[in-house]
Design a binder for this molecule. Structure first.
Ligand code: FES
Ligand code: FE2
Length: 483
């Protein structure tokens, strides 16, 4: 604290003055409480705040589940207890004893393969059957009583990671929900867990929002390397598709026109600073990063790609039928296009309205077992790679997205087309919605467009019209004049 401030303190009459509790009891830099609009014409009102349930979700590393003690995890607002059954496989039950409803997770595994409730000793097997009731002796009628069945959640352990089916309906094949590289035999899998103090939907809605790149990430290490990294885009939204009720990703052919991605002329030259007439100034404010970016730009050129164009080209090459790119239900965002060597899935697992467990499935892909040298190199470099991608870069998104006040009005631009598509993916295509709809099929009036749906459709039309009002050729010509 400066001397001046220190002297002023007693004069302000109250420690901290107006700055103390400037945002009331909510911390100055704390996430606002998650609230949704109540207007049914706003798709945000129809997204379940603790996520879609008819899916597989990553839970925890199997090695953390001991034989003698259960482990607990809150997933989708539900407490799930994990323990090992008689085959030493990880099983999951609702953290609830059917007798008097205490937490099973506070109990112990006195008998290998079973979990015992800490209150009256009800003991359950991997399927949730009560097999003994210790305090009533071996003759207890509680053992085997149908009403004493604990609620079971199906599990699948893949590459040492326990996945759990959170739905009420029939579980799908885990391969439908878990990224394909998790099933390839020789890959090195490096899971990372981190917590975000905000709702899962705020995380997801950020991931394909490319227009935050030059604001949020301008000082990320990977962006600092290139003069093109995280450039402002043109006012043209990414063209996106919803694929097979599963994901939103760039439409094939997106980025064919240069203006669809970046401000650049036909030689691929991108202006570093641009003039914004409304403020009478240029952005970015300074040119200092150009002192070193030429090193990486040259490298990128050698590889035959402008660094900034990499993503666009990958998107253009990606066939429309690929269901494993972009934003994927129930909470994944996948980076790296179809990268052959490394794929990272950023999986937002809802915990509570204002808490999300981020599970990063980092996978290095190998077509045959990697050599010992490769393994050593990978392990030695991983701490840095992990920090650069999963913390330095991704936490910047978190620092911005957590302040979204989800219940307040918003005014979307043409570049929010991805956000619109994602919300459509959620509220119309999620498995929960599909299954519910299949059950209601007999009632034709349910299928008619509701007033809310009409309102939503009209809102979309405005965003789409924003995009269509741009004449690509004209925009290109105008940008050329500006360079
Ligand atoms: S509450 Fe679990 S045994 Fe009584
Ligand atoms: Fe971002």
């Amino acid at each position: 604290m400066g001397l001046g401030k220190l002297l002023m303190k007693p004069l302000s009459g109250y420690p901290g003055g107006y700055k103390h509790m400037r945002r009331g009891t909510q911390g100055f830099d704390q996430t606002p409480p998650f609230q949704q609009p109540d207007d049914p014409g706003d798709r945000r009102s129809r997204i379940p705040s603790t996520g879609y349930r008819e899916y597989w979700y990553p839970a925890l590393p199997a090695r953390d589940v001991r034989k003698d003690k259960p482990e607990v995890l809150r997933i989708l607002g539900t407490d799930v207890v994990f323990f090992r059954d008689t085959r030493v496989e990880v099983q999951a039950l609702l953290d609830w004893c059917p007798h008097r409803a205490v937490y099973l997770s506070m109990g112990r595994c006195y008998f290998e393969g079973f979990v015992t409730c800490p209150y009256h000793g009800a003991t359950f097997d991997g399927d949730g059957n009560c097999v003994a009731f210790l305090t009533e002796g071996p003759d207890s009628k509680m053992a085997g009583a149908p009403g004493m069945k604990a609620r079971k959640f199906p599990t699948a352990t893949i590459k040492g990671m326990v996945f759990v089916w959170m739905g009420d309906g029939e579980p799908v094949d885990p391969q439908e929900d878990i990224p394909p590289e998790m099933f390839e035999p020789h890959n090195i899998f490096r899971p990372v867990f981190t917590m975000f103090d905000c709702n899962w939907v705020l995380v997801l809605e950020n991931t394909m929002d490319a227009h935050n790149a030059f604001m949020v990430h301008r000082n990320a290490l990977r962006i600092l390397k290139s003069r093109l990294g995280g450039r402002p885009r043109t006012p043209l939204g990414y063209r996106v598709n919803i694929v097979n009720n599963k994901n939103v990703h760039y439409r094939p052919g997106s980025g064919k026109s240069s203006v669809e991605k970046f401000y650049e002329d036909e030689n691929g030259k991108v202006p570093y600073q641009m003039y914004y007439p409304g403020v009478g100034g240029v952005w970015p404010l300074h040119r200092w990063r150009l002192m070193w970016t030429w090193i990486w730009d040259r490298k990128a050129k050698k590889r035959g790609q402008g660094a900034g164009r990499l993503q666009a080209e990958q998107a253009a090459d990606t066939p429309d039928v690929n269901e494993w790119n972009g934003t994927r239900l129930p909470g994944m965002s996948r980076t790296g296009g179809n990268a052959r060597f490394f794929r990272s899935t950023r999986w937002a697992v809802p915990v509570e309205d204002n808490l999300t467990r981020m599970v990063y499935l980092n996978v290095e892909r190998y077509s045959q077992p990697p050599t010992i040298f490769r393994r050593l190199w990978s392990t030695a470099t991983w701490p840095y790679r992990n920090w650069e991608l999963n913390f330095n870069f991704r936490n910047q998104d978190y620092d911005a997205e957590k302040y979204v006040q989800y219940d307040l009005p918003e005014y979307l631009s043409s570049t929010d087309s991805v956000v619109v598509a994602m919300r459509r993916l959620f509220v119309e295509h999620a498995r929960d919605v599909q299954r519910r709809r299949a059950m209601e099929e007999e009632l034709p009036e349910q299928l008619e467009e509701t007033e809310a749906e009409i309102m939503v459709r009209e809102g979309d039309a405005r965003v789409a019209a924003g995009n269509e009002s741009f004449d690509l050729t004209k925009l290109e010509e105008e940008l050329l004049r500006r360079v």
